[in-house]
Design a protein around this ligand. Structure first.
Ligand code: CP
Ligand code: NVA
Length: 308
């Protein structure tokens, strides 16, 4: 069963194949109205469940549009409206949904919900973000980088701020796609040692540099994300802001990176916090290409899940 649970749990050749497929299917649709069906209708007669236990704009819309363009149908389910949110087990939910749908995408809190869904489902399960990782996002980010700057292998990526779920998937991607990753943020918000160790074991350079200005020297890509994720308590807000203010991506920080460096943010952004308007709207910013590429990357992921 081809579940897409995480970048480090998927073979490097398969990941590369998905990026290549995404480029191909994106190019084939260039300039067409968004509702135009894909020529090969790879998901014809397929039904896909999209489950959200957290808010979403990009993941929700890009999966829904992607399935429809490929000729399939979707149902978007909110975790709290399902019996899942009222005591039915994840295992039973997985077994039941597998009788109705051909694939399940889930955005949830605890990673064990995703893993249990995958264990008991008899259809592919896709990780649409957990508290720990966000693999679909980073597949779109790799696609976006390569469109703008060529092969990502051997390049220097700098993550700024909280060592969160998106950062974790960047660590996995560093190991699988072979790029160097520098993470700059306060020690107390460093990514999980398990993920750092996993990437280092793959032979790529992973650097934890508390000084943001030093970290971005020589960067080909600078990345920011929200200082407070959906799973974080808002009671941490003031402390987080004080800790993370020195890691804001502003024009001064971007000036330390390579002149042709690009800037990414998975969005939603809190403009004026983790990144300034000046950077978000600069010529170096590729944040909306990144958002668009969720669509193309996920279509490739769904095809891989279904062996197409
Ligand atoms: N980047 C991302 O996953 O956005 P949403 O939370 O809007 O899905
Ligand atoms: N780190 C963010 C990413 C949102 C797409 C969060 O988990 O809220």
């Amino acid at each position: 069963m081809n579940h897409f649970l995480d970048i480090h749990k998927t073979g490097a050749d398969d990941l590369r194949g998905m990026i290549d497929t995404a480029k191909r299917i994106k190019n084939a649709r260039a300039g067409l109205p968004k509702g135009t069906p894909d020529e090969d209708q790879a998901l014809k007669n397929h039904m896909v469940a999209l489950i959200f236990e957290k808010p979403s704009t990009r993941t929700r819309v890009s999966f829904d549009v992607g399935v429809r363009q490929m000729g399939g149908q979707t149902m978007v389910l909110s975790g709290s409206d399902m019996q899942l949110g009222h005591g039915e087990t994840i295992a039973d939910t997985a077994r039941v949904l597998s009788r109705y749908v051909d694939m399940i995408m889930i955005r949830t809190f605890d990673e064990t919900t995703l893993l249990e869904m995958a264990e008991y489902a008899s259809v592919p399960v896709i990780n649409g973000l957990t508290d720990r990782t966000h693999p679909c996002q980073i597949m779109a980010d790799v696609l976006t980088f390569e469109e703008h700057s060529g092969p990502i292998s051997g390049k220097k990526v700098v993550w700024t701020g909280d060592g969160n779920n998106v950062c974790a998937s960047f660590l996995h991607a560093a190991g699988q796609f072979g790029f160097d990753l520098t993470i700059t943020g306060p020690d107390s918000l460093a990514p999980e040692a398990e993920f750092v160790g996993w990437a280092r074991d793959k032979g790529v350079r992973i650097t934890l540099e508390p000084d943001a200005a030093k970290a971005v020297i020589g960067a080909d890509l600078v990345v920011a994300d929200t200082w407070i994720s959906m799973h974080d308590s808002q009671s941490k807000r003031e402390r987080r802001h004080n800790q993370l203010r020195p890691y804001q991506v502003n024009a001064e920080l971007m000036a330390q990176a390579n002149p042709d460096a690009i800037f990414m943010h998975c969005l939603p952004a809190h403009r004026g916090e983790e990144a300034t308007n000046e950077v978000m709207d600069s010529a170096q910013s590729v944040v909306f290409d990144e958002a668009e590429n969720r669509l193309h990357a996920q279509k490739a992921i769904m095809r891989w899940c279904l062996g197409k």
